[in-house]
Design a binder for this molecule. Sequence first.
Ligand code: HEM
Length: 423
Amino acid sequence: MTLNIEVLEQSFEKVKLHADEFAASFYENLFKANPELKPLFTKTDIKSQEKKLLNSLVLIVENIRKPEALEPVLKALGARHIGYGVIPKYYKPVREALLVTFEQYLQQHWTPEVKKAWLDAFTAITALMLKGAGEESTPKVVEKPTTLAKPVPSEQPATWQFQTKTLELSLSQLKQIPHKLIDAFWIAPTWFIAIVSATLFAVVVVIVDENFVLEEVLGAADTISLVVALVLFIKEIPDRRKQFHCQAWGTVDAAHGVKVSYARIFALQNLNEDGVSLRGLDASGAMLVDINLFHANLSNANLMTSDLTNANLHSANLDNANLCEAKLSGVNLSHAKLGFARLSRANLNSAKLNDANLICADLSHANLSGTNLKNASLSGANLQGAYLGSANLKNAKVSDAELRGAFLEGAIMPDGSKYRSQN
Ligand code: HEM
């Protein structure tokens, strides 16, 4: 589906002027037409929910030209909605309420073209959120990456062709044989591989030396058992790795609630080095100073009040992670994904956050003094009460409205100028 991005952006600019009232009217319209949805929000502070909804709309519209950045964030948002009790059929009333509210605020600018643009956008957003919800609720099957699968390239960056994956049919049967043999090696039972490798070795020996008779082959039993042992050693590497991963997770679990555990630091680093996802890790309050979790998948992790001083989290995925009140001074979060992350009251003094994605992150009352935020994306982020003295925001994606509640004395602003208060 190709979205009419220009129309979406222009119409949203008009709505942004009345942002707070727009969000309040949306919930009013939603509950008026669908009172049965109200119980879903009983525990919700509706004022902050209005802001969150608005933030997410800002995020969506501002990143609509970058679907690859938006996709994981929306899928994660959809997955979280399962926990809020949201089922697929609720998306329709929400869509209707959103359209009615747009009509209310855009008035004469609510043309059929604008309506279609928002309808298409909502359909695309819903598809992604439901996809994320589906992935969360279905059991995860560890799939071996197939060399035949290849994603369909999108026609242009702004077209939303998220779901299509197809098999490349042009590869010859011949090319598949080595892959099939390798797959069979890993799948087949160990006893079978032992017999096959012993037989193959014996056959090779006979072929190489035509004078070799059976007794001589049997005489070479020592060599054969050596070869079989080697083959089995290779075959059992994945099992040993699995065992090692189980032990490492055991160490992490055993350290739950314990503040200082060097074994946990070691286990987490090793798991990450092996490419194991640390998604949803619960290490709140843990001392993880200097830990190296480069490129780790820590999405949805609970690291509240943990001490990650000087940690290496370069390129890590911390989407939706809870880092409230975490100690993060000197941490390397360059190129990290922190969409919707909760960083309220975190200490990010002198942290590296350049090129990080902080869309809709909660940075309220965080200490960002001297933080490098060059090229960071802060669209929709909450910076209320954040301390940004001497921070570097050069080329950061952040609006004046988002910066309004922050302390900025001495900060380098997105345009490269130095912030000086009027008095
Ligand atoms: C366009 C689709 C939607 C968007 C962009 C959206 C956005 C959001 C956001 C940003 C939050 C804040 C919490 C978080 O980030 O996880 C949230 C929470 C929530 N949403 Fe949605 N939402 C959508 C659809 C729906 C639908 C269809 C329902 C069902 C009526 C719903 C009900 C809720 C509820 C109950 C919460 C939790 C409030 C709380 O207690 O904190 N949302 N939504």
